[in-house]
Design a protein around this ligand. Structure first.
Ligand code: NAP
Length: 485
């Protein structure tokens, strides 16, 4: 039995109290590496969600007017507590998500960095002075918190997806209700516990766990008190929430699915491109939203790239992420492994060839896989696999690959490798995505704006732009000021 002091059984924080479900019903959380039950969380529904919204609304009355220095200091304390407990929190991520401990440590650091970042950004929510175009007035803008925020996050970054939103919300002066992901709720609860210790007042952060995300999601999206929904997850659920939010015209941030192209040109440094593909395609076993989904390689270097990538993949050590030397863990559950297999079988049926992998392991495991000769109508060309499958597609010209790369409704991230500076600029401008990696497979940084275009969503998280998503810009025109003319 795995133990972790942050596994908080059967309770979530609502209005500063740690409570279960009104019904007393709980549901289990599993370790995807071995199917072991890690603990139970409450199955909370309408009544608990409404109480959490009321608590957040009451807390907003105070928190929105708190001096930014107070918010800064509390967030800094929260950051320090996360750093102090870094190892235990990283192990918790591995236990509930399955990613190897080294990746979980990376997520823990990344997650804490959003709290550190937004603590500082709280102090910089500047407005403007705008020169008057009419006599006797002065114009300024001020930024104010939007209100109570509903936050819904996925399991693939159990900790960082929460802090990227909550730290910005709290820094802005908002309060929130978090609907935690069912597969990985303990990281959210651990964060809430540390926030409480750091001095975040009661009701500012409320967490709901539920066996019916559609019920809780609908309440958050339609409730008049909630002024904004911040959602990270699939495009399908994002569209449902967007239509529900239209009833009260709520502001939304949507960080949705991707189908990232990863392009290698003849003039690229092939070893660097292979290293980039390893991190970009296979990190967290291919379960990051910015993962390469389609690997396009120019014909002259196609064979060399495929061979070198296959060699690199053959060195992976797949297993329980808590064990020494494991580089790649299981997928989040057996259903996710079955989806990867569907994409592989579909590509094979349409003429693809397996260079390595291609088989399911026990439970949630899937072998890291490289396929070549991918047909244009293979499912993997259109759909996000969200697993350890690298399909390599041959192309001839820059024009051709731009067209193919953009031939998707998604637009989150895109990557390419080339040593021609003109091509680097052309490609960065031509890819219809929100984030570009030029000669790198790793782009996420707290200080840079994260977000997509097209059906990958709206809004930016992190960076100097992230706070604005939780604020409203108010224009104040002050009249009655005598002119000196
Ligand atoms: P998902 O099914 O959309 O779930 C995400 C969250 O939404 C979970 O908390 C889930 O709750 C909840 N949810 C599910 N159905 C809902 C509904 N009808 N109403 C309200 N909430 C609902 O996505 P996933 O499969 O877990 O996550 C993978 C997806 O997230 C991928 O497409 C990936 O690309 C995307 N993603 C995007 C980003 C980004 O920043 N763009 C980052 C990470 C992941 P339960 O857990 O209870 O089901």
């Amino acid at each position: 039995m795995s133990t972790n002091s942050f596994i908080i059984d059967g309770k979530t924080p609502i209005n500063g109290e740690w409570v279960g479900a009104d019904s007393g019903v709980t549901f289990p959380v599993y370790n995807p590496a071995n199917g072991e039950v890690l603990g139970q969380v409450p199955d909370q529904r309408e009544a608990e969600t409404n109480r959490a919204i009321d608590a957040a609304a009451a807390a907003f009355e105070e928190w929105q007017w708190s001096p930014v220095k107070t918010r800064h200091d509390i967030l800094r304390k929260w950051f320090s507590l996360m750093t102090e407990h870094a190892e235990e929190l990283a192990r918790l991520i591995t236990l509930e998500n399955g990613k190897p401990l080294a990746d979980a440590r990376g997520e823990q650091t990344y997650s804490a960095s959003f709290i550190e970042w937004f603590a500082a950004e709280a102090m910089r929510a500047y407005g403007d002075h705008i020169p008057a175009t009419i006599d006797g007035v002065r114009n300024v803008t001020i930024k104010q918190p939007i209100g109570v925020v509903g936050i819904i996050t996925p399991w693939n970054f159990p900790s960082a997806m929460i802090t990227r939103k909550v730290a910005a919300a709290l820094a802005a002066g908002c309060t929130c209700v978090i609907k935690a992901p069912s597969e990985t709720p303990f990281s959210a609860l651990a964060l809430a516990k540390l926030a409480e210790e750091a001095g975040v007042p009661k009701g500012v952060i409320n967490v709901i766990t539920t066996g019916s995300s559609s019920t809780v999601g609908k309440i958050l999206a339609t409730h008049p008190i909630i002024k904004k929904i911040s959602f990270t997850g699939s495009t399908g659920v994002g569209k449902v929430l967007a239509s529900q939010c239209s009833s009260t015209l709520k502001k939304m941030s949507l960080e949705l699915g991707g189908n990232a192209p990863f392009i290698v040109f003849d003039d690229a440094d092939i070893d660097a491109a292979v290293a980039g593909a390893v991190i970009c395609k296979f990190r967290s076993s291919g379960q990051t939203c910015v993962c390469a989904n389609r690997l396009f390689v120019q014909s002259k270097v196609y064979d060399e790239f495929a061979k070198k990538l296959t060699e690199a993949v053959s060195k992976f050590k797949v297993g329980n992420g808590l064990e020494q030397g494991i580089t790649h863990g299981p997928l989040v559950n057996a259903k996710a492994a079955a989806k990867v297999d569907e994409h592989v079988q579909d590509a094979l049926a349409k003429g693809a060839k397996t260079l390595i992998g291609g088989k399911r392991g026990e439970g949630a495991f899937y072998e890291p896989t490289v396929l070549i000769n991918i047909a244009d109508d293979a499912v993997v060309m259109k759909e996000e696999t969200f697993g350890p499958l690298a399909p390599i597609i041959k192309f001839e010209t820059e024009e051709e690959v731009i067209k193919k790369a953009n031939d998707t409704e998604f637009g989150l991230a895109g990557y390419f490798f080339s040593r021609d500076i003109g091509r680097v600029w052309r490609m960065a401008e031509a890819l219809q995505v929100g984030m570009v990696g030029a000669n790198t497979g790793l782009i996420s940084q707290t200080s840079c704006p994260f977000g997509g275009v097209k059906e990958s969503g709206w809004g930016k998280e992190g960076s100097k732009y992230g706070l604005d998503d939780y604020m409203v810009l108010k224009y104040v025109c002050m009249g009655g000021i005598n002119s000196r003319r």
